[in-house]
Design a protein. Structure first.
Length: 257
């Protein structure tokens, strides 16, 4: 029996759009959806044609979290959450910037997907919640991308209570980049994508690594490491092309208007 595809990939003008399309179960993270999402992310991040990845959805819900029907009765070794870190790492470590686009709510593991992205834009009425404690589980895996970026006091409150909160608060606490009226969602995501396409791919990847990577130790060590990175990028092919373009008052060869 052939199952309908649950995750789609479209590439157009340097933008790879990955769409979760399992509205019948609110885009829950079923085994099929997780597997297809990993495949689409691998394809997009491995393509030289892709400059920006947009992660979005069909239906009224972005992602409701793990598929609890599949979790029911499964042993610890058989739980679907065991391979979820692979998906989060593909987004987190992607050399290509990833934008989450939410027209509907995210819950639990769905919020983890959002947190792993570099930028996230949501319609103002979208809600979020860490609903794990209300069903007796723990937001453990998703805490890894969340703890470095969300305000600690807010994370204590929202992890422990499971209370739903709106997109405006999500932006205030650092979970998402921006909340916009629903009719402006498409335009705002395209605005960010357009800006990202002006950046040099290697420079964007190196900047992501800088932002994601842990500090090496003392301030002196960190400054030494960052000085070496900066000098290498100034001398790189991309850096030299960018400098020449600036001096010659032209667009760099890698910029996509």
């Amino acid at each position: 029996m052939t199952h309908a595809e649950l995750v789609h990939l479209e590439i157009d003008s340097g933008i790879a759009t990955i769409t979760l399309d399992s509205p019948r179960n609110r885009n829950a993270l079923s085994a099929q959806l997780r597997g297809e999402l990993r495949d689409r992310l691998t394809t997009a991040t491995g393509s030289d044609q892709v400059r920006v990845i947009v992660l979005t959805h069909t239906g009224t819900v972005f992602c409701s979290g793990m598929d609890l029907k599949e979790s029911r009765g499964a042993s610890a070794d058989s739980q679907g959450v065991n391979d979820f870190p692979d998906t989060l790492r593909l987004i987190w470590d992607s050399p290509t910037p990833v934008i989450a686009k939410l027209a509907g709510p995210a819950r639990a593991g769905g919020v983890g997907l959002v947190a792993a992205c570099d930028l996230a834009v949501a319609a103002s009425e979208v809600t979020f919640a860490f609903s794990e404690v209300r069903i007796g589980v723990v937001p453990a895996v998703i805490s890894v991308p969340l703890i470095p970026q969300v305000q600690p006091a807010a994370l204590y409150e929202l992890f422990l209570t499971g209370e739903a909160f709106d997109a405006r608060r999500a932006a205030e606490i650092g979970l998402i980049t921006k909340a916009v009226p629903a009719d402006q969602l498409d335009a705002e995501v395209l605005r960010y994508a357009a800006m990202l396409r002006l950046g040099a791919p290697g420079a964007l990847a190196a900047t992501k690594e800088l932002l994601r990577g842990p500090a090496t130790g003392t301030m002196a060590d960190d400054l030494a490491a960052m000085t070496a990175l900066s000098a290498a990028r100034f001398a790189s092919e991309e850096g030299q092309e960018g400098i020449r373009a600036f001096v010659e008052k032209r667009t760099p060869s890698w910029a996509q208007p």
